[in-house]
Design a protein around this ligand. Structure first.
Ligand SMILES: Nc1ncnc2c1ncn2[C@@H]1O[C@H](COP(=O)(O)OP(=O)(O)OP(=O)(O)O)[C@@H](O)[C@H]1O
Ligand SMILES: [Mg+2]
Length: 238
């Protein structure tokens, strides 16, 4: 069906967290979602409440079994993304390994620009997560070097870890909203419950069900659904 590519030029901004929660929220809206971890770090699964030692199925390995957590199929593709045949397949015009009736959400590490560039032509949406911090905002020029960041057709931005009690956070929000308009597709509040849940190896929705960040992620999922023109599926959302 579609690939949603989650990549930011700056690490540690919440790319994996947003990818995981978006996958869970879209699955809750009735979509058939597969979340694919392209990172060596292998941390996407932590936001599903899995342990670091719990291995994921490898993408591309034919098996009748699949690991489904919080309604999302979880796959690892770091090794596959190093496979020259897979890279050649991604680079081949008119061919996509993602053409199916599923919705794929890819988590790509900040430093892995090669994989990001290979996946981008296959993506219907590229989500770039930002923090209201100087280091993250300074990296905006690195989203797609050579192209003004406001002109990237498939790229949208999520401002994560917002905290209205902090002046820099409020001012960054205004700046990003003025800069990107509706390309700022969502904001997510900072909530320590996110870290506490991961530390307890629990999904955020289980450990911190009242988390403000989760409320924001559900709104983000609706915005992504609308932006991608995804047909409303039968889920637990109205
Ligand atoms: N809205 C939030 N509120 C509080 N903590 C958050 C929020 N979003 C992310 N975090 C925390 O920020 C840290 C970084 O998140 P995450 O691992 O998703 O970032 P990343 O961009 O994928 O990092 P990396 O570059 O290491 O892959 C984690 O400890 C995560 O729990
Ligand atoms: Mg990550």
């Amino acid at each position: 069906m579609a690939l949603i590519l989650c990549h930011s030029p700056k690490g540690g901004v919440g790319t994996s967290f947003i990818a995981a929660q978006l996958a869970i929220a879209l699955a809750g809206q009735g979509h058939d979602v597969t979340a694919v971890d392209f990172t060596y770090q292998d941390a996407l699964k932590l936001f599903f409440g899995l342990l670091p030692t719990q291995p994921l199925m490898e993408m591309g390995q034919a098996t009748s079994q699949s690991m489904v957590v919080s309604g999302v199929e979880l796959l690892s593709a770091h090794s596959l993304s190093r496979d020259p045949h897979f890279r050649e397949l991604l680079a081949r015009p008119g061919h996509s390994p993602f053409e199916s009736d599923k919705l794929f959400i890819a988590d790509v590490a900040a430093g892995d620009r090669e994989t990001k560039e290979l996946l981008l032509p296959h993506a219907m949406l590229h989500i770039c997560t930002l923090l209201p911090r100087p280091g993250s905002l300074a990296a905006l020029t690195k989203v797609q070097p050579g192209t003004p960041t406001i002109e990237l057709p498939r790229t949208v931005f999520v401002l994560n870890q917002l905290d209205d009690t902090h002046r820099l956070s409020r001012h960054s929000h205004v700046f990003i909203r003025e800069l990107f308009g509706d390309k700022l597709i969502g904001t997510v509040r900072r909530d320590e419950g996110v870290n506490e849940a991961a530390a307890m190896f629990e999904p955020t929705a289980k450990f911190a069900p009242a988390s403000a960040a989760l409320v924001d992620l559900k709104t983000l999922a609706l915005a992504v659904e609308a932006r991608c023109g995804l047909a409303q599926a039968d889920g637990d959302q109205p």
